[in-house]
Design a protein around this ligand. Structure first.
Ligand code: GLC
Length: 442
């Protein structure tokens, strides 16, 4: 057992103060760490942090900010870039956890892995005061609390959104983005045909994430829910996926492949979809908020030419559905430097750093107060509606399945992917998912 150097009586670094309505402007990071960090506290240790893939902007950014923390606190930061795919990341992390490895101190974990990670996590309630915990969205804190243990602190949250090209909407005579998936398919086809005729042979109507991984689980749960087909397993453990609305939703999605979406969409993750979109080669895209800042970068060819809105409903009687995503920071139960690790976690989740993350990366804060910040809203005007979208966002069935969530998601994403590739019909797919899911929640 590891004995903490820092006991609760020791004053914690005040990363919580800005959440009380005082968010520091501009370049605050150095100041925040230097002013609030009692010198020499935990100095001299190396923190191994498995964060976002540094192939992407989010990972590169996080690495720099984490290194600033290390510099100011006199510690060393070893950044371990995770794979650029949630399911592959889980596989990797599970190897460390199975070995009870102390090689990683801080893990960036998905919102759906709390039940899987719980046994391998330090209880963050030991390191974060109650009144600091209160500054986060209660729904996420509740999600991240497993049998009374605070498994992780919310770093950023996510919700699926529809991106659309405002310039092309105007060019093709559309006043509003599509309200239903059927409307989206129609508009996407018309724009795609027109753009191809105008000399853009690679132009696509709609790109999304169809890859057999957690990526398509998120997309498909949105389709299914939007048609009134539920969320695979409902919160009281009833397996609901085998129903006509879910079948209809999957059949609708299948009809996009090779018509308004490229055949290759069946192997696209978020970045594959975004690359096509950001090159100016798609009318619509389903993705997460991070694609907003990248697309609006002044160097981007689509800068100023697109907007983000709610995903369409499944038919006129359907519902708007945004899958709830997001990433959290967890301190390993096997860390030899849990105090310093927890300090890094609190720093990265602080209001100051979340503000900077929202401004630079358009990733959604997990502290409601940050949404009111004028700089955040100036950079992301659509964040004004984000709290509403988040409150209504649909959770994957990870609380009800706990440590078994990945088995349910795996059969779901494999089956959905087979529907998209034509390897299986939608009725077969939902019946396969039902069979496995029933075995898991029985
Ligand atoms: C995003 C979401 C995460 C989800 C993943 C799937 O990163 O935040 O919750 O599991 O996408 O690819």
């Amino acid at each position: 057992m590891h004995t903490p150097i820092l006991v609760l009586e020791t004053p914690m670094n005040d990363y919580s103060h800005a959440s009380r309505g005082r968010i520091l402007p501009g370049s605050f990071l150095a100041a925040a760490a230097a002013v609030f960090m009692p010198a020499a506290m935990f100095a001299g240790v190396t923190i191994h942090f498995a964060g976002d893939s540094d192939v992407g902007e989010g990972g590169r950014w996080t690495k720099v900010v984490a290194q600033e923390w290390a510099q100011k606190t006199g510690n060393t930061l070893d950044y371990i870039s995770r794979p650029n795919d949630a399911s592959a990341t889980l596989q990797l992390f599970q190897q460390y956890w199975a070995a009870k490895s102390g090689d990683v101190d801080v893990y960036m974990i998905d919102v759906i892995w709390q039940g899987i990670a719980a046994a391998h996590a330090a209880d963050l309630k030991k390191y974060v005061k109650d009144d600091e915990i209160k500054d986060y969205f209660p729904r996420i804190i509740e999600n991240n609390t497993v049998k009374g243990k605070l498994v992780s602190l919310p770093l950023y949250t996510d919700a699926g959104v529809l991106y659309y090209r405002t310039d092309l909407m105007e060019k093709y005579g559309y006043k509003e983005p599509p309200k239903t998936w059927e409307e989206l398919a129609e508009m996407a086809k018309k724009i795609q045909d027109g753009e191809r005729q105008a000399g853009h042979p690679d132009f696509q109507g709609f790109v999304f994430e169809g890859k057999a991984s957690e990526s398509v689980t998120c997309n498909a749960i949105e389709w299914v829910y939007s048609y009134g087909g539920g969320t695979i397993i409902d919160p009281d453990r009833k397996v609901t996926i085998n129903n006509p609305n879910a079948i209809k939703a999957l059949e609708e999605a299948k009809s996009w492949v090779g018509t308004i979406s490229p055949q290759g969409v069946v192997s696209y993750g978020e970045e594959e979809a975004r690359n096509i979109w950001q090159a100016g080669n798609a009318a619509f895209m389903r993705n997460w908020p991070y694609a907003y800042a990248l697309g609006q970068d002044p160097k981007s060819v689509i800068s100023g030419k697109f907007a983000a809105t709610v995903l369409p409903k499944g038919g006129a009687d359907g519902k708007n559905a945004a899958c709830l995503g997001g990433w959290q920071l967890m301190v390993s139960a096997y860390s030899k430097n849990a105090d310093a690790a927890a300090d890094l976690v609190r720093f990265l989740c602080s209001a100051e750093v979340q503000k900077k993350r929202a401004v630079d990366l358009s990733e959604l804060p997990t502290r409601p107060a940050v949404y009111k910040d004028p700089d955040v809203l100036a950079k992301n005007p659509w964040f004004a509606n984000a709290v509403d979208i988040l409150n209504n966002a649909i959770a994957r069935p990870s609380t009800v399945t706990g440590a078994d969530y990945n088995q349910v998601s795996t059969v779901f994403f494999q089956s959905v992917n087979k529907v998209l590739t034509g390897g299986e019909t939608a009725p077969q797919a939902v019946s396969d998912v039902e069979r496995v899911a029933k075995r898991i929640v029985k």
